[in-house]
Design a protein around this ligand. Sequence first.
Ligand SMILES: [Fe+2]
Ligand SMILES: [Fe+2]
Length: 328
Amino acid sequence: MTAKTLIDFDIDRYMRASRRVDLSDVDWDDIPNHPLSAGDIMCMHYMMDIETHTVIYLRDLLASRAANDPQVTAFLSCWVYEELWHGEAFSDFLRHYGVELPAEPKLPDGSTPMPSRPNRVKAIRERLGVGHQFALLPTMFGSLVSRHFVALHMAWGAINELTTLTAYYALIRRSSNPQLHAMLRKVIQDERRHFAFYRAQARARLENAPPRVRALIRWVFENVWSPVGTGPKSEEEVDALALYLFGDSDEGREQARSIDAMVSEMPGLEGLTLLGDVVDRAVERARATPGYAGVPTAAASSATSGTPMALSRRDSDRNAKPLISVEV
Ligand SMILES: [Fe+2]
Ligand SMILES: [Fe+2]
């Protein structure tokens, strides 16, 4: 970055304001009084696992040239702390509702020690191993694009954060649990700040990058990019979430399109339809394979009819293959 580059984000203000998400608005005792659908619970497990996985994404970011920038590392220091507590928020919420898979050790007084769900988290990371797909990117392309390669990480982060907060809005739309709404609205406030940082960084760095670097970054998004959660989650789990939150209705589709519209505003990334394509491919796979991703066959076959789809996991189907499973 040159000295004249303007990053449109107040890192000083962000650092001073950074803290554990305040969930005092949530009435925790009231949570089990309002039903969560199987689809809601599926989404919350996905979100919990990926929020908790943020520290692994941090490892990958610090392996890149992003680690040389004190503004970036200051942000990342606060970011990973806030994301840790987002994961705990989902964990707490699910436990108050009565869901904890696998069952985890308790303290003698029955309370849950922090960090919660260590067996689940450990199993996910061990299954994934070290050096998974995203971690390989800096090695593959870093030497080619030099200092400008950080723009890719920042753009990728912006898409992840916007996808996350848009998914939380979509879950508010799909779920009828008012306490879940209250929790998600507080988490969304944090995600908005995260998104603002990554977007400002990405825009400035892409603006400064030579055309050949911008072209390479575009190629990565067209050919290598995958939605947040890919890796820790299987393709079917990612599809199930995409279908439940964005493939269920015109409104869901519009939410996915809003993410692509943001991507299109970034220099060099105009016209990409990343999230729309994710939903389209998920619909195609659901149509091709009966029962795939928990989608009822009738709903999948009407996926291209132009009418709102009921591409949700069947709440009443107790025999359906669990979409979120952790082997311990
Ligand atoms: Fe988060
Ligand atoms: Fe975030």
